[in-house]
Design a protein around this ligand. Structure first.
Ligand SMILES: *Cc1c(COP(=O)(O)O)cnc(C)c1O
Length: 340
């Protein structure tokens, strides 16, 4: 059976670099949304908690419930249920309307739109939102924003950061006036965390760097992260291919000489994106994927019982003209995980 191997040593190596940059393990909130970027929600939650991480970020309430026992605080980014939540959960609030729907005592992190214009309330709604939170008897535990350009070489990042600095000051003074505690402030994702020299917020929300990648422009002297995941396929059968025969759909691979070829149990049904005539790929051991990738199969010039399909997805991201995030997040959650 195809499987994903998770390398604990590499994960801990990345978490070392991340906690150092964040100035403390308690300042790291590990982002576990979307099945921990394809790595397995429970597997990564367990390992992160073993490492000592106390905060996690997920997308849904359902994900939060699965990992509740491993963390002290879980931020839920996109919940729409408005149910009663565990005391460890914090709900991201994206609009004034959402505040009115939340049950009493819910812990909320107010999301501010500081320039990305995707989610969050705008600066002008700030006071109304904080007053709304108080009137609704919610707990104002966090204020956060998200950068649109943390990974690109542009001044946008600094512009947005200074917008957020202003907003923080406003929130501090509003909270003082209302005699409520100041919430935790956070804005950095992986690339923003590694872009600043003196990280000074309450915590960073770190996703992709945990898993060993960073899409940040290489000009930024990126840390030496190590990919956590490798993906392995198992052999189904082996056959002799004669010179002149073709392999797979469309017969797109043409054998120029006699060769031994095996079929392996991985395909685009597993979330391993389809390779075809335009997208050639060579495995870490130097084997070629021959012809098109089918839904559940692919052909390789190897007889090994198991073949490592990838242990670093940067090459695949390039081939598919996308980012590492998409290659790993797309993997089918049902693929068996093994921790080494
Ligand atoms: C996904 C996400 C993150 C993590 O981003 P990375 O680039 O993977 O570190 C942080 N904050 C929010 C709001 C997100 O949606």
């Amino acid at each position: 059976m195809a499987k994903i191997i998770l390398n604990r040593e590499n994960l801990f190596h990345n978490l070392n670099l991340i906690s150092k940059q964040a100035k403390g393990i308690e300042k790291v909130a590990i982002v576990l949304k979307d099945n921990a970027y394809g790595h397995g929600l429970l597997e990564i939650a367990k390992l992160a908690s073993e490492y000592g991480i106390k905060k996690a970020v997920v997308r849904t309430h359902e994900e939060a419930l699965k990992i509740n026992n491993f963390f002290e605080d879980v931020l839920i980014l996109a919940d729409v249920e408005n149910s009663t939540y565990s005391h460890t959960f914090h709900i991201a609030v994206n609009s004034l309307e959402q505040i009115k729907k939340l049950p009493i005592n819910t812990k909320v992190h107010l999301k501010i739109d500081s320039g990305m214009h995707r989610n969050g309330i705008n600066k002008k709604q700030l006071k109304e939102a904080i007053i709304g939170i108080c009137e609704q008897n919610l707990k104002f535990t966090g204020l956060f924003t998200h950068y649109r350009c943390a990974d690109e070489l542009s001044t946008d990042f600094y512009w947005q950061r200074s917008n957020f600095e202003q907003i923080k000051q406003e929130v501090k003074s509003t909270c003082e006036k209302l005699s409520i505690p100041t919430p935790k402030f956070h804005s950095a994702n992986s690339s923003a965390l590694f872009r600043v020299k003196d990280f000074d917020e309450d915590f960073a929300r770190v996703g992709i760097a945990t898993y060993g990648y960073l899409e940040t422009d290489t000009i930024f002297n990126n840390p030496k992260l190590k990919p956590v995941m490798s993906f392995w396929a198992q052999k189904i059968s082996t056959r002799e291919i004669k010179k002149g025969q073709r392999i797979g759909y469309g017969g797109s691979y043409f054998a120029k000489k006699d060769m031994t070829v095996s079929t392996y149990d991985v395909g685009y049904g597993d979330g391993f994106l389809r390779l075809n005539e335009k997208h050639k790929y060579i495995t870490p051991k130097g084997y070629k994927i021959l012809g098109r990738v089918s839904m559940d199969n692919l052909s390789i010039n190897s007889q090994d019982e198991e073949v490592c399909i990838f242990d670093d997805v940067r090459q695949l991201a390039k081939i598919h003209d996308t980012i590492t995030y998409e290659i790993i997040t797309t993997l089918n959650p049902n693929i068996k995980k093994e921790i080494i």
